[in-house]
Design a protein around this ligand. Structure first.
Ligand code: FES
Length: 104
């Protein structure tokens, strides 16, 4: 099952991260190499907001303790987090951005 939610027209520069809400979910939207990605905006370790982190080599790095999460699938890249975060499909077209709020 999938549930697509329209976020609308937003600007996310390449290499940037913004916070967004879709269907009641807090998301971190990140653009890497021109592609927009969406992962949960809560770190799996201690719930820091990942949208306040920075991108490094395709990972969004938690601002609190430094675990990186792959923006393509939410997998964690090392401790202290021991699990990844949810990731979501994103579609961008002339009408704006839509996110499938059913996790992959
Ligand atoms: S809160 Fe993100 S690594 Fe600890």
């Amino acid at each position: 099952m999938s549930e697509w939610v329209k976020i609308g027209a937003i600007e996310v520069a390449d290499g940037a991260v913004i916070a967004a809400i879709a269907g009641g979910l807090d998301l971190a939207l990140c653009r890497v190499d021109g592609v927009l990605h969406a992962i949960a905006d809560r770190c799996s370790h201690a719930e820091a907001r990942l949208s306040e982190g920075r991108l490094r080599r395709g990972c969004l790095v938690c601002p609190r303790h430094g675990t990186g999460f792959d923006v393509r699938d939410g997998t964690h890249q090392g401790p202290p987090a021991i699990v990844g975060v949810a990731s979501y499909e994103v579609v961008e077209d002339e009408s704006g951005v839509r996110v499938n709020i059913t996790p992959r």
